[in-house]
Structure formats: C-alpha cells, structure tokens
Design a protein around this ligand. Structure first.
Ligand code: PRP
Ligand code: URA
Length: 214
C-alpha cells in the first residue's frame, strides 16, 4: 500500500496479489467470465485496507468457557456500487463484509458528451449511520463518481471512501477539488485519458468486459 505520488488522499495498492490480478484484468484476452472473478477478488482484497480505520466498539462475549471482551464494527456499513460495473466489485466486498447494506446508483456516461446520466437511486435511509464505500472499477473523467458523491453527500454521508481499480490523474484531481474529504483507494493510477475519455493504458470498457456486452 502506498500514497499515490502527488495525491495525498489516494491510496494505491502495490500488493503483489492485486497487481498480479490487475495485469490479467487489463489483458484484452481475458473474457467476461475470468474478468468477473478477477474484479470480485481484487475488490475483496482492497476492502481489508480500505476498512482499516473503521470505528469499532467493545462488546462482551460469552465463550463456552468464560466471558471476554471483543470488538464489533460500530456503525452500519453501506456499500454503494455504481451500475453497471460497480456491481462486480460490490459482490467481492460483500464476500468479506456480508453484513454490509447495499445502495444502488445507476449512472452511465453519455458516449458523446461524457456527461453522467443518472437513472437509478436506491439508497438505505439512514446513510449517516456509518461508513459508506462507493465502488466503481473506473475513475476516468470523474463525472460519474462526482454525480454519485453528490447524491451521497446530499443524503448526509460523512465517512465516504471510494474504491476503484483504475483511476486517471484527471479523475482524481476533479474529485479532490470537488470533495477534499474523500479518500480514494485504487489498484492503479494510470497515465492519462484519451480523446474519448478512456483511461490509458486502462482496461477498456469495464461494464462491457464484465458482462460480455462489448
Ligand atoms: C463506466 C465506469 C464508470 C464510468 C467512468 O461506466 O464503470 O461508472 O464509466 O467514467 P467517468 O469517470 O468518465 O464518468 P459506463 O458509463 O460505461 O456505464 P455502464 O457500465 O453502465 O455501461
Ligand atoms: N469507463 C470505462 O469503463 N473505461 C474507461 O477507460 C473509461 C470509462
């Protein structure tokens, strides 16, 4: 785990297992079935670090032998995938934190204007009750994430972390300027965007690769 150079609020996962899986994820020869499994696995690995400072509270536990003190998560954790591709990460996060609630945000970007189009919002009511993990494998122009973050902040979320697999410097700068409190976790910060708003070297269209719709 390392701070991304020049970005104080970005944690980059230099863990060998994550980098190993990311290289397969990027490979154009990886079809939707292994792509789905890899995205799930990477999200599951990232969640350990992204939750490291989650608040906990002491609880009394009766073992078969005596009473002891343990710790439980203090708040209600919510995972919020940005549809479609975020769903592939949410599954991996839920494997590790099955008690987490799930809120859904449907957002796609218009291919021509690159502006985010929001079409679905289903969030738990009391989003202030604990940390929220926003998950989307791609942070490109940052338009989709900015729209998602605005909806979550409007709903009162204070502890907000974004997990993505590949981030662009442009997207990170945009989100940081918009929301300096946001913590971003990424498996890689890539070089740049191309003229169509795709991340280079990136991995292509994450939703299409995940669901075999390309
Ligand atoms: C992808 C990706 C992000 C968005 C990132 O979704 O999953 O949500 O693009 O791009 P941005 O940072 O420039 O907004 P897409 O728009 O392809 O939606 P889809 O997966 O539903 O097809
Ligand atoms: N959305 C994707 O799925 N991939 C990119 O490279 C940019 C946006």
């Amino acid at each position: 785990m390392a701070r991304a150079q020049g970005f104080a609020n970005v944690t980059v996962f230099d863990h060998p297992l994550i980098q190993h899986k990311l290289a397969y994820l990027r490979d154009e020869a990886t079809s939707h079935r292994p792509f789905r499994a890899l995205l799930y696995q990477i999200a599951g690995l990232m969640v350990y670090e992204a939750t490291r400072d989650f608040p906990t509270r002491e609880v009394e536990v009766r073992t078969p032998l005596e009473t002891t003190v343990g710790r439980r998560l203090a708040g209600k954790v919510t995972v919020v995938p940005v549809l479609r591709a975020g769903l592939g990460m949410a599954e991996g996060v839920l494997e590790v934190m099955p008690e987490a609630r799930v809120g859904h945000l449907g957002i796609y970007r218009d291919e021509r204007t690159l502006q985010p189009i929001a079409y679905l919002k289903r969030l738990p009511k009391d989003l202030t009750a604990g940390p929220v993990l926003l998950v989307d494998p791609m942070l490109a122009t940052g338009g989709s994430a900015a729209a998602a973050i605005a909806m979550l902040r409007d709903a009162g979320v204070t502890d907000l972390r974004m997990l993505c697999v590949v981030a662009s410097p442009e997207g990170i700068r945009r989100l940081t300027a918009l929301d300096p409190r946001l913590m971003i976790y990424a498996a890689a910060v890539d070089r740049q965007l191309n003229e169509k708003g795709y991340i280079l070297p990136g991995l292509g269209d994450a939703g299409d690769r995940l669901y075999g719709t390309g």
